[in-house]
Design a protein around this ligand. Sequence first.
Ligand code: NAD
Length: 421
Amino acid sequence: MEKLKDSENLDPFQISQIQLYTACKLMSCDREIYKALNQPERFVEIKITMRMDNGSLQTFKGFRSQYNSARGPMKGGIRWHPDESAALVKALSAWMTWKCACVDIPLGGAKGGIICTPKEMSNRELEILARNYIRKLADIIGPSIDVPAPDVYTNPQIMAWMMDEYETIMRKHAPAVITGKPLPLGGSAGRLISTAKGGAFCIREAAKDIELNLNGAKVVIQGFGNAGSWASKILTQDFNCKIIAISDSKGGIYNKDGIDPNKALVQKEKTSTLVGLKDAQMITNEELLELECDILIPAALENVITRKNAEKLNCKIVAELANGPTTPAGDQILSKNEIFVIPDFLCNAGGVTVSYFEMVQGYYQYFWDEKEVFTALDRVMTKAYRSTVDKAKEYNTHNRMGAYIIAVGRVVDAMQLRGWL
Ligand code: NAD
């Protein structure tokens, strides 16, 4: 196979390709197999021009990357972020493919995004943007083709507008076109907190493996959005962990005696920043990652654990709720230092797993309660966690590669059975 360079200046898609390449090498796959897997099946770039509230015309660039459909309809969230890029969307669509295969749900991988700053947009503007995105893509998405969901800075309301637009175009009900919908429109109980819940099941299993007592364990979380804020609540409520530091895009806060997640949420809702919470001192996002703790949870964006800071991490477990938080060079350092990594596409797979449950419930129009959803989620996550750790041991590699070997193996099997390889 051709040699891919490893440097810290790679974009997320190149990073995903290096990870795939490394897995293929460990699995002794042919170069042709790597080539058949290292690009999306289809990548679409769109342009949306719309009238803003102040009367100006603004044009936004959007993307949809459909990476692999061998195992089922493709599935992946939609991010609205100023730093969105083609490379990031492609990488995220690759990780979605490996994620669905790793937890063994019958879906392929996709991802979408729009370059925009939703925090500065009104509700009316957000709705127009959401509807326009679907208008441009209606022909290539659908319940049995590609099923979007929420991701960074998109939410159930945005999913509801998107579903409505799709149904208006198709002139029929099609709730399974999108997941992460509000409950009255066919959403699943538990979907909102499912990413964090799935991560918490993995943390519970990892703690058993490294003999870490979760009662009082010190937790640091970067990112206090959907994934991070729910993780802080679940780890406190279910395992009595102590959250000693949290952050968001505006900075972080630290208290060695623990931060009450509910008070932090109230503070953030009132002031739109965590900074200023009583009894907590300010800390930068960089300092936060290097704090001495038991569990570090990156739950914001990609490329935060790198060659530059990995050596300074002072934790026992890195539980990656964010997608792509660790670069390949960062990975090597964590592995050398025997930090136990729960890799992103395993750790954060709770979201897509409950999205899959939402599709299933939508198909037969019978809805489960939260307890049923989480019992089923626990089963899927625990099984995937165990297979990942066992596979890593079998190949004498780290957990990320363990997860890759399982996922790539399943996708290759499906492609071969279809006659694609
Ligand atoms: P979100 O939009 O709800 O929250 C993102 C959080 O990250 C916010 O608190 C924001 O302030 C913070 N943030 C942004 N830039 C930051 C920076 N430079 N430093 C520190 N914090 C920063 O998004 P989310 O849904 O919680 O997603 C977070 C991560 O989890 C993403 O990588 C996403 O792809 C991944 N993920 C989310 C889900 C899900 O169901 N929500 C599922 C799988 C993976």
